[in-house]
Design a binder for this molecule. Structure first.
Ligand SMILES: [Zn+2]
Length: 243
């Protein structure tokens, strides 16, 4: 696949970097216009390092998180990043914010959408974002919503990897080789200065998923020599002419 468009729905401003930065960079290099929507800055729940600094305020944290996310988006080749500033811990979108997301989905007409796992007992904002993404995908498909606009087709929704997969009912069925763009993902990760404790962790995740990529692509019998990978769980069936 080349060109086209994609949409990432990220609960907090850094989630898209750890969980699908490689997918973003890879598709962007192929000419795909990737739009990222950050529903919140993660200002309350995912900014502990910033809050430990003297004289910190909510507005300062938001500004720092926004700058980090914009730098990371640039490193990954994101075409457009939008911040909804809906608040986190808990994240909550009213009807107006939901329709704003529907408008973006219709405008972008994504070939695929990326969001969080359907469960996450550690972070309820994450599955909330996915429910919202699913709901807005559904509304964008409805002929009766803002009649006359181009309705949405049926883009796949890929769920990116949560922090602790076993607790999140997440089971990958797709492994993407991101070796060619690893340096871009690494650069984006290093923009997330507020969460430095996760840098090594997500490098290890990428190396382990690459091991599984090699195993599932033929291993030593001719499998691809992937060094870094990202895994995803798809929601909808594929429609095919051949297996
Ligand atoms: Zn998050």
């Amino acid at each position: 696949m080349t060109a086209g468009t994609a949409l990432v729905v990220s609960a907090h401003s850094a989630d898209f970097v750890w969980r699908c930065g490689g997918a973003i960079a890879l598709h962007a290099e192929k000419g795909c216009a990737v739009t990222v929507v950050c529903l919140s800055y993660g200002e309350r729940g995912e900014s502990a390092k910033l809050w430990k600094q003297q004289g910190m305020t909510l507005d300062k944290v938001k500004a720092a998180r926004r700058a980090e996310a914009e730098n990371a988006a640039k490193a990954l080749g994101v075409a457009d990043i939008q911040f909804f500033d809906c608040g986190d811990y808990p994240l909550e979108l009213d009807r107006e914010a939901r329709f704003r997301l529907v408008d973006i989905i219709r405008k972008v007409q994504p070939d695929f959408i990326l969001s969080h796992s359907l469960d996450d007992p550690y972070n309820t904002d994450h599955p909330y974002a996915t429910r919202v993404a699913l709901e807005c995908r559904m509304v964008a498909q409805a002929w009766g919503h803002r009649p006359g606009e181009k309705v949405l087709g049926a883009p796949q929704l890929y769920l990116f990897e949560p922090h602790q997969t076993e607790q999140c009912s997440w089971k990958p069925d797709t492994i993407l080789d991101i070796t060619p763009v690893w340096e871009k993902k690494k650069a984006a990760i290093e923009c997330m200065e507020g969460q430095q404790h996760l840098w090594d962790y997500y490098t290890n995740v990428a190396e382990n998923r690459a091991n599984q990529f090699r195993r599932n692509s033929g291993g030593q019998a001719g499998g691809r020599e992937a060094k870094y990978a990202e895994a995803f769980q798809s929601i909808f069936p594929r429609t095919v002419d051949e297996l």
